[in-house]
Write a protein that binds this ligand. Sequence first.
Ligand SMILES: [Mg+2]
Length: 297
Amino acid sequence: MPDLPAPDDSLRAALHGVRGLLLDLDGVLVLKGAAVPGAPEALAALERHGVPYLVVTNTSLVSRATLARWGRSVGFATPPDRFQSALTASAELVRREFGERPVYVITSDDARAEFEGLGVLDGAGADAALADGSDVAAVVLGDSPDQLTRENLNRAFRLVLRGAALIGMHRNPWWLTPEGPTLDAGTFLVGLEWATKRKARTVGKPDPAFFRVAIERMASEAASRGEARLRRRDLAMVGDDAFNDIGGGRRAGLRTVFVRSGKHGDAELAQAARGARGYQPDAVAPSIAEVVAALVG
Ligand SMILES: [Mg+2]
């Protein structure tokens, strides 16, 4: 197993006092379907040194069980319960706000497993509700190359026109796949907003509620280990998205580290810094390997 890189002093200073990490998945741990070089070793080092982490991802393609299984196949030992995804947060929101009322969810069959016990309609169910005028509380838009079809988007469009709430698992416009830059579900969500003249609620990063759930969980785990109270600045969000990870993380009161291993480079970082809110990370690192080396090395 390769060693971690030599710790960088300025990164070490920026991370001084950090007691846990919130890690983005795509662009930090994996990219284009493979592990980011050094990332499996970095997570193993976190485990070895007892540094807690949570993978907080806007990925809504698959369930946590599938994410964990796939992670194992590329070298990660992260169990399903160390993931918090836009998909699981969406299922939680539906459970909390709509109970068992019918909702139309555009997502993969695997991802649908996270909605177990809820009133999820498939395409035929949505058509039946449209035909007989029965209640549909919300439309939830997630990722799925097979399900984001014109037919399904039209079903969603008609249900929202009729009064269903419009919920997006996230608003990511694109991501990097082995085929190159690829449209993400946020692009279709914006299309539905445009057509319906309704503003969607989005659930994943950079929504403050998404970060709050992760922070509260890390804090309660620290308390259960008998540690001192965990403050927001004791956690660092590590991400490759200048807006969702760095901007969202900063607004949530976290320390932030931008890594250059993903889809955004220095140009997006500079653009985020110039924005109205000035999204400047506390540190910039080549990858998660250098971040972990600075924390535990
Ligand atoms: Mg990312």
